[in-house]
Design a protein around this ligand. Structure first.
Ligand SMILES: N[C@@H](CCC(=O)N[C@@H](CS)C(=O)NCC(=O)O)C(=O)O
Length: 206
């Protein structure tokens, strides 16, 4: 059975929600970030990156949300979490998730994890000051060019939606009101109203 390693208030929420929506069997295992559980020898054996999410499967461990999300969609095709038989639409979904992973999430991480990119305190502080504007720029692009509405890919819910929801959840921490982006805000409300999303949040935040 699939086992998802997660920590609350992290990007692992995206994969967790997708698993819950897939209807597939899985267990969720919390990694305690307060005690640096992601850095223990046991966890590093499982995921040498020392990050969440990680998904343990019968064939080994997968990391990186875009990979895990598509794996879930392909493993549980009945849940129709991705346009699997339309190469162009699937590539568009992957482009969206790649943007979340490589640009939006990284822009966000510069607030709390600047030490990854610089040792100099002033450089870290300077990067931090730029995060809010970078996130606003990213979400302006999502709002105007990427999110079709009501869901990311249009009428069909897909693996892009939990990922966007997870990234929009980071906005408040950056002092950004999601209502600056009406389509993003509507997608967020729709996600919050979904019982599967509520189940995952209850588990994660308990
Ligand atoms: N690109 C990775 C990012 C994974 C990642 O950076 N996860 C963060 C939480 S949002 C983490 O585990 N951080 C722990 C740390 O930096 O020690 C993905 O999308 O799965």
């Amino acid at each position: 059975v699939l086992k998802l390693y997660y920590a609350p208030r992290t990007c692992a929420l995206a994969s967790h929600i997708a698993l819950e929506k897939s209807g597939g069997e899985y267990v969720a295992e919390r990694v305690d970030f307060n005690s640096n559980g992601q850095r223990t020898p046991e966890y590093l054996r499982l995921n040498p990156k020392g990050r969440v999410p990680a998904l343990a499967t019968g064939r080994g461990v997968l990391t990186e949300n875009p990979a895990i999300l598509l794996y879930i969609a392909q493993s549980f095709p009945k849940s129709k979490l991705a346009p699997l038989d339309d190469p162009f639409a699937l590539a568009q979904a992957q482009a969206f998730n790649s943007y979340m992973c490589s640009t939006v999430h990284i822009a966000s991480a510069h607030r709390g994890r600047g030490y990854r990119w610089a040792d100099d305190e002033q450089a870290i502080a300077s990067m931090k000051r730029k995060v809010k504007q970078n996130m606003i720029d990213c979400f302006t692009l999502v709002e105007n060019e990427m999110l079709r509405g009501p869901w990311v890919m249009g009428d069909a819910f897909s693996i892009c939606d939990p990922y966007l929801f997870t990234m929009s959840g980071f906005l408040e921490g950056h002092g950004i009101d999601v209502n600056l982006f009406p389509k993003v805000a509507a997608q967020m409300s729709a996600m919050q109203a979904d019982p599967a999303v509520q189940r995952v949040l209850t588990v994660q935040l308990s």
